[in-house]
Write a protein that binds this ligand. Sequence first.
Ligand code: SAH
Ligand code: SF4
Length: 364
Amino acid sequence: MSKENLYNLSLDQLKNWVAAQGLKPYAATQLVQWLYEKGAVDFDDMTNVSKQARALLSESFALTPLEEVQRFLSTDGSVKFGFKLADGEIIESVLMPISGRVTLCVSSQVGCAMGCRFCKTAEMKLRRNLSQGEILGQVMAARSFLASNDEAAVQLKEAAQYQRLSNIVFMGMGEPLHNFEAVVGAVDLLLDDRAFNFSRKKITVSTSGLAPQIKEFGARVPAKLAVSLNATNDTVRTEIMPINRRHDLKELMAACRTYAEYGHGVVTFEYVLLGGVNDSLVDAKELVSLIANTPCKLNLIPFNEYPESTYRRPEPESIRQFHKYLAERGFQVNIRYSKGLDVLAACGQLATEAKAQQANINPS
Ligand code: SAH
Ligand code: SF4
C-alpha cells in the first residue's frame, strides 16, 4: 500500500500524530519548518529531528514532490509547467509576471466536470480530484523554481520586478469548489503563518458558480473569491455553462451576497467576452442590473481561442465599448488580457492529453 503524502495533513493533524507517537511537541514545530519553510523532500534531510521521529515518519508517510515533465516559456515571461502526479496523470500550473508581483495559477483537479462550452479543460472531463498535497506541491515547485538561478526564472523575476511568489489564484485546471475539502485545506496552509504565510488578499479561488459551496467557503476561509459569471441571463448562461441549470443566477447572486457578508473583501466577477454571445451593450446593461446590489469588482476577459474552439474573441472596439459602459456607471472594471497566450497557458487553454501519451516527456 502506498504511504500517505505528509503534505496532505493539516497542522493540527501533524501535531496530533506527533503526540500520538509519544514524541515531544517541539518535534511538530520542527517538522512544520522542514515541510513549509524548507520544502523538504527527504526525511533524512531533517537533521534536527530525532532519528526516532524520522524513522516513525518514514514508516507511515512519504514526501511526494511533483515531477516537472514539461515547461513552456511564453514571450511575455510566463512559464507553464506540466507536472506528473504519482499515478501518471499530468496537471498544469502557470507562473505569471505582473508588474510588482508574481502570480501562480494552480490546478485543483485533473480535468473538470463542469463542461463550460468555451473552456478547453472541459474537453478532458473530470479525471480525478487533486489532493491537498498535490495542490501545495505546485506552490512548492513554483517557489523553488523562483529561488533558482534558472534563466527563465531570472527573466520572469525581471519582467515582474519582483523576486518571490506573491499571489496564488485557483484558476488552473478544474473547479476548485468541486474539490472542496482539499482546496480549503490547501488554502488554510497557504494562509497559516506557521506554514506559507500568504496574506489573505493574495489568495483567490475562482468558481464557475457552485452556490452552496460559495457560502460554505466564506464561512470556512478568509480568502478572496472570484465568480465566473460570463452571462447576464439564465438562457445564455445555461447555454454556455451547464452548472447554471443546477444553480441559476438568482441562487448564485444570493450566494455571492452571503459571501460578501463575511467581510473577506468584495467578490470579483469574471466575464469572458464571447463575440456575438454576451458582448453587446444590451448585455452590459443587463450586467449592471444583475450585479448592482453586490459589492464587487469586474474583470473582463476577452475570449482566448484554442484549436477547435467554436467561439471567437470580440472586436477590440466592442471590448472597449463594453468596458466603457460599466466604468461610466461607477464599477471597478478591468480588461484582463490573459498571459501566456502563445504557449496555451492562458485562461481556458489548459488541458493535458491522456497520461499514456505524456509519460515520457522531459523538461525542456
Ligand atoms: N473553474 C474555475 C477556475 C478555472 S477557469 C472557474 O471556472 O472559475 C478560470 C477562468 O478562465 C474562469 O473565469 C473562466 O471563465 C475563464 N475561461 C475559461 N475558458 C476561457 C477561454 N477560452 N478564454 C478566456 N477565459 C476563459
Ligand atoms: Fe471547469 Fe472553469 Fe473550465 Fe468551466 S471554465 S470547464 S468550471 S475549468
